[in-house]
Design a protein around this ligand. Structure first.
Ligand code: PGA
Length: 249
């Protein structure tokens, strides 16, 4: 069975003590074998949050990583540094990174490879902007994002990846993709993976939905056959909301 995952992307919110407090609250409410819960605090807090959740079934993630191994890259954070914080996952290609920091397919392909090299699991984000959907280009855009950044990988490596479909028009806007829209795109992504890597790899790949996922819409989204969980932004910053989303499974 595919791993079901609920990941909280805290973005540029919470300082160290706020992050530890939030992690403690999530930990108090939740710990279950059936659903993988992942917390992605800002870099500076990952280590403390990792210590807070140590011994539990919750994992931590970084929100980004450098394209380089080490050296004179002021302001960058490498995969080996991330690994040393206790994080197991790295979010790669979030639409905010693509839009504000000009991360293109080539950069993302490099990040994915480095992440895997350091035994970290990439959570690879893809998704179309509203104009793409309005022009009925959304399937092509998402396929291209996946093909360009990931289809160089071996089958073995591809099977380690988690995909997050995040329509850009739904991120932080309060507008969620309908369960049908999410299912349609997730099924498309899975088919696309199967065409490249085979039936078994496509069946094994966890595909998360992200974009204004809240406790009141998570259940319907997660009940879609190809939706294996969520990447949650705003609603991951309150323990009750995040827990409500986990419980939607
Ligand atoms: P949102 O963000 O849940 O606040 O829409 C999702 C994301 O950016 O991962």
């Amino acid at each position: 069975m595919r791993q079901r995952i609920v990941a909280g992307n805290w973005k540029m919110n919470t300082n160290i003590s706020e992050g530890v407090y939030l992690a403690k609250n999530i930990l108090q409410i939740y710990d279950s074998k059936d659903i993988k819960v992942i917390l992605a605090p800002p870099f500076v807090s990952i280590n403390e949050v990792s210590k807070t959740i140590e011994g539990s079934l919750i994992s931590t993630a970084a929100q980004n990583c450098s394209t380089e191994e080490s050296g004179a890259y002021t302001g960058e954070v490498s995969c080996s540094m991330i690994k040393a914080t206790g994080a197991e996952f790295v979010i790669i290609g979030h639409s905010e990174r693509r839009a504000y920091y000009h991360e293109n397919d080539e950069i993302l392909a490099k990040k994915v490879k480095l992440t895997l090299k350091h035994q970290l699991t990439p959570i690879f984000c893809c998704g179309e902007v509203l104009a793409d959907r309005e022009m009925n280009n959304h399937f092509t855009v998402v396929s291209e994002q996946i093909k360009n950044a990931l289809f160089d990988l071996s089958k073995d490596d591809f099977e380690k990846i988690v995909i997050a479909y995040e329509p850009v028009w739904a991120i932080g806007t309060g507008v969620t993709a309908s369960p049908d829209q999410a299912q349609e795109m997730h099924a498309h992504i899975r088919r696309f993976i199967k065409e490249k890597y085979g039936e078994d790899t496509g069946e094994k790949t966890s595909i998360l939905y992200g974009g204004s996922c809240k406790p009141n819409n998570a259940k319907e989204l997660f009940s879609q056959i190809d939706v294996d969980g969520g990447l949650i932004g705003g609603a991951s910053l309150k323990a009750e909301d995040f827990n409500g989303i986990i419980k939607a499974f």
